[in-house]
Design a binder for this molecule. Structure first.
Ligand SMILES: NC(=O)C1=CN([C@@H]2O[C@H](COP(=O)(O)OP(=O)(O)OC[C@H]3O[C@@H](n4cnc5c(N)ncnc54)[C@H](O)[C@@H]3O)[C@@H](O)[C@H]2O)C=CC1
Ligand SMILES: O=C(CO)COP(=O)(O)O
Length: 332
């Protein structure tokens, strides 16, 4: 068995960035990617120009399309695929992931079931130790070695310790928690809220409007998280407030930039057709709203985004509907 071996499942921007972090933490890293070109690019030293251009990778990071090979001998696994594909990939991992610590790094809610990523993993990876790794982390900045911090949530101490040792370095500081649902809900919902902030930016509605959206968006995350049994303090931490602040304030965010283009008048189909990268909020808007409806949680901003991206609602009318909601107490 190789010492300090880590498997990264998913060869997109974030998987590649986390591979850089795990390598800096002293591990041998093997990335599983489904795309043969990505695998060849990584193994031949060109980096990952398709998903993370202009970033060079250290030696000690290899790639394969063979799931068994990627997972063989790995003590820790970072699962970094788009949330709507997590179930399929986790099922493929399962025969090779027994007894390993698996950190879920995807941000979303499964459309077909309304399940959180930890719930999907519990079904598909019953013999693995599950953690959630989530926070304000643009892939490019991580890959360049710029500093950042995340929430690392797991209920089992050995899982916390394994993932902490795998990725913890001075420029990537995991803060440990046992609130798994709290850690994942912030990342899933902020993608939807970032689309709203993008729309407001694209329509030149001003900085005041965006600050109001971030704050009222945080209230939506809080209501849903608490209803799901998560702790309020987790929502106020890196995976909640931290990621919401990052994603809603930077056009570097795929979700925010998607919203900006929508706000400028382009259609969902036009924008998506030009993108290779995943825009998670588009796929999670509906499932977040379904979950909120089921739990009777009021989430007017997420619902407005869902009407625009999933139901093709008129943007002006949708903004006007949100602004004309009845006045209410700020808290409660
Ligand atoms: N990029 C970032 O800055 C961050 C991303 N994340 C999360 O990480 C997850 C992965 O995102 P990225 O690495 O950025 O993706 P990406 O947009 O860079 O690449 C998409 C990846 O999905 C793969 N893919 C596409 N269709 C697939 C399918 N049918 N089955 C399996 N894989 C498929 C592609 O091969 C590629 O590896 C997402 O949930 C995202 O929210 C989290 C934090 C930061
Ligand atoms: O999750 C992210 C940063 O924490 C990345 O956000 P985008 O997917 O919107 O680029």
């Amino acid at each position: 068995m190789k010492a300090n071996s880590v498997a990264v499942i998913g060869g997109g921007a974030f998987g590649t960035a986390l591979a850089c972090v795990a390598r800096k933490a002293g591990n041998d890293v093997c990335i599983w990617a489904r795309n043969q070109t990505v695998v060849a690019d990584i193994n031949e030293g060109r980096g990952n120009p398709l998903y993370l251009p202009d970033v060079s990778l250290e030696s000690g990071i290899t790639a394969t399309t063979d799931m068994a090979e990627a997972l063989e001998g790995a003590q820790a696994v970072l699962l970094v695929v788009p949330s709507q594909h997590l179930r399929e990939i986790a099922e493929r991992m399962a025969p090779h992931a027994s007894g390993k610590a698996v950190a879920l790094c995807s941000k979303g809610v499964e459309r077909s079931t309304g399940k959180l990523m930890s719930e999907v993993a519990a079904q598909c990876l019953p013999d693995s130790g599950i953690a959630v790794l989530s926070g304000p982390t643009f892939a490019r900045e991580l890959a360049l070695g710029l500093p950042g911090a995340v929430t690392l949530a797991a209920t089992e101490e050995w899982v916390q310790n394994t993932i902490l040792q795998t990725v913890g370095i001075p420029t990537f500081r995991p803060y440990v928690s046992n609130d798994v649902v709290g850690a994942e809900i912030g990342g899933a919902v902020k993608n939807v809220l970032a689309i709203a902030c993008g729309i407001v930016t694209g329509r030149n509605l001003g900085e005041n409007a965006r600050a109001a959206l971030v704050t009222r968006g945080l209230a939506e995350v809080m209501r849903l998280a608490v209803k799901l049994g998560a702790r309020a303090e987790t929502v106020m931490g890196l995976s909640g407030l931290g990621d919401l602040t990052l994603t809603c304030n930077s056009p570097q965010s795929r979700n925010m930039s998607f919203g900006i283009e929508l706000g400028r008048g382009r259609t969902v189909a036009e924008i998506l057709a030009e993108r290779r990268a995943v825009t998670e909020g588009v796929w999670s808007a509906e499932s977040v709203c379904d979950l909120a409806d089921k739990l009777k949680v009021d989430m007017p901003i997420c619902q407005a985004v869902n009407r625009i991206v999933s139901l093709d609602a008129d943007i002006e009318k949708t903004i006007s509907d949100v602004l004309n909601r009845p006045f209410r107490q700020e808290h409660g």
